[in-house]
Design a protein around this ligand. Structure first.
Ligand SMILES: Nc1nc2c(ncn2[C@@H]2O[C@H](COP(=O)(O)OP(=O)(O)OP(=O)(O)O)[C@@H](O)[C@H]2O)c(=O)[nH]1
Length: 297
């Protein structure tokens, strides 16, 4: 894998004066046009598509992808080739991501040199897209557990309700609250409390399907949006949460259990009453919980 490390200084490829003086392999007009195209979006897919349109004039490839920290963006219609040519992009040594060209014939040195010239104009827009992606991740995720946060929940719940009504699909909302969690903090300290919250988040994620979304609202409160599941599936998820929490050595060591409430979307529901019914279910289980063993459905 080749590495392109762009050093951010006055002699970088971004110096417009240099563009017109150094006889680049790609004409200055084309480069300016490419820069303009790349500057007008922060979407990974659009960046890769727009870049690929230009790059395909200088090299023959069947696919192009950009792999960043925790995701991958593919050129539209990207197809695997016989070989791969990978270029790691860095700016001032900082890792931005890896570009992968899918090719059927090895690129010659001139192809590669031209692509490397073009990569100089792609690296900064990609870096901006990575920064935006990281900021979005921070804004949407709970920093302690890595689950989605309350802010993202509001957004997702609205979308899920609209989607379920439009497609006449079932939709369920599950609310979960840990029992005796304050006691863990008070007896063992906040640090252990944090470990318990992380462990429960892991357990909760293991109880749901990949396409169900789990959230931490804050404190010891969690939620799961469950799309397209009937009453039996939702009851099974609830049973799994109770069972796995009881069986987990760390959670049982600190005597932590969970209370769960859920609701199913009705035709005339809005977000508030859909949420309130789940909350009432949670409350019922919460008040019933200290009186006897956990209800395993
Ligand atoms: N360790 C830790 N504790 C937190 C965090 N956020 C909130 N808390 C604590 O979570 C506790 C929540 O208290 P309660 O809602 O009374 O929880 P509980 O003891 O489970 O009570 P019930 O829900 O009635 O069973 C409080 O002690 C908060 O200080 C966090 O990020 N880390």
């Amino acid at each position: 894998m080749q590495t392109l490390n762009i050093i951010d200084n006055s002699s970088s490829g971004f110096n417009a004066f240099q563009l017109f003086n150094d006889k680049p392999m790609v004409s200055a007009d084309r480069i300016l046009n490419l820069i303009e195209q790349l500057q007008s979006t922060l979407c990974f897919e659009q960046l890769i598509n727009r870049f690929a349109m230009e790059a395909s004039k200088y090299a023959d490839f069947s696919g192009l992808s950009f792999q960043y920290q925790d995701g991958i963006a593919n050129m539209r219609g990207s197809r695997p080739g016989k070989f791969k040519e990978q270029i790691e992009l860095r700016i001032n040594e900082e890792f931005i991501g890896v570009l992968t060209y899918h090719i059927n014939q090895r690129l010659n040195q001139q192809n590669l040199d031209t692509l490397q010239e073009l990569h100089r104009y792609l690296a900064y827009p990609l870096k901006n897209a990575v920064l935006l992606h990281q900021a979005n991740q921070l804004a949407m995720h709970d920093h302690l557990t890595g689950l989605n946060n309350r802010r993202f929940f509001d957004d997702q719940l609205k979308k899920a309700i609209n989607h379920a009504k439009r497609n006449e699909n079932m939709l369920s909302l599950m609310l979960i609250d840990l029992n005796k969690f304050k006691q863990v903090n008070d007896t063992h300290g906040h640090h252990i409390g944090d470990i318990v919250l992380k462990e429960f988040s892991r357990v909760l994620s293991a109880c749901i399907r990949d396409y169900d979304t789990a959230f931490r609202f804050g404190g010891d409160e969690f939620a799961v949006i469950i799309e397209g599941a009937d009453t039996t599936s939702v009851a099974n998820i609830e049973a799994r949460i109770h069972h796995k929490t009881q069986m987990n050595s760390l959670l049982s060591k600190y005597d932590v259990s969970a209370s769960v409430g859920f609701s199913f979307l009705h035709n005339n529901d809005n977000e508030a009453n859909f949420f309130n019914r789940a909350d009432q279910g949670l409350y019922k289980q919460k008040v019933a919980q200290p009186r006897g063993p956990l209800r395993i459905v």
